[in-house]
Design a protein around this ligand. Sequence first.
Ligand code: IPM
Ligand code: MG
Length: 354
Amino acid sequence: MKIAVLPGDGIGPEIVSQAVKVMDVLSREGMKIELEYGDIGGAGYDAAGDPYPAITSRLAKEADAVLLGAVGGYRYDSLPRPMRPEQGLLRIRKELNLFANLRPAMLYPELAGSSSLRPEVVSGLDIMILRELTGDIYFGQPKGLRKNDDGEREGYDTMLYSESEIARIAHVAFKTAMKRKKRLCSVDKANVLETSVLWREVVTAIARDYPEVELSHMYVDNAAMQLVRNPKQFDVIVTGNMFGDILSDEASMLTGSIGMLPSASLDSQGKGLFEPIHGSAPDIAGQNVANPLATILSVAMMMRHTFDDEATAQRIEDAVRKALFEGFRTPDIHQEGMKRVGTKEMGDAVAARL
Ligand code: IPM
Ligand code: MG
């Protein structure tokens, strides 16, 4: 298994080190894991003057999978857009054609008390958000800044989806639903946006190939509300790039902490990039307080989706569950009576239980 490791910025390096600890355990058992490190985001800009350096791109293309920490930091906020750390992330997603972004929002029973919602509303929560990741207003052309006829500046972006882009994410969504509770909710804004009218039409047409899946449609504003009103009504949610960005952050809070949620971004062959859904948290970087579990759980997703190794994926997830069950908590999920630990200690705890 050739894995490109791109720690990135902020808390990225410290959380990725914990995920590497977990992979080291697997290596010692005989699994053939080869790690190669590269720079991305602000780290790429510092090393090579580019948030997605050519050498990193080569590394990522040659690898079977990519493990990424996070990108972004105050120091880079005033750079021109093409040099900003976020561009590194957007470019690697686009270049590797990682159109299917799986963001599971699952509540570990031990963390029910850490959610901002009442335990009975979230207990047993298990949602899979499928976010389209290489299209939509993120990438649609044209975009830019210009002067209008009155000489005033205006900014514009283009929300755009082709039928084939919608179709391929829809197929992944229906297949995902088939492996779960067979309920799929497609989220759009078809009451206002043409892009969404097409989205709804294509998803509805594809539903005929999956008669066992119960398909529903929901406007994004309502979906945002339903997620905090009654989140357990959802099984699989499929949506576009921007709505998925927003809804997945919202869903993460249901689970107690955004520090718990892993993600997989896959191409049509199952090659993927695996990263926590949270950002680089520069305010707590280097303090050994960040929660490494989302990154560790991203390794589990890598085993499952790229290497087709369900058993190892479950072992990693069980090790995380065990550490939580035994009371290990980083500050973001800490509660009275639990063992408050740092980033490294949480990594050690999971590695030991593996
Ligand atoms: C995410 C992030 C990124 C996105 C940013 C950092 C570009 O918020 O992965 O959800 O908007 O996709
Ligand atoms: Mg986001």
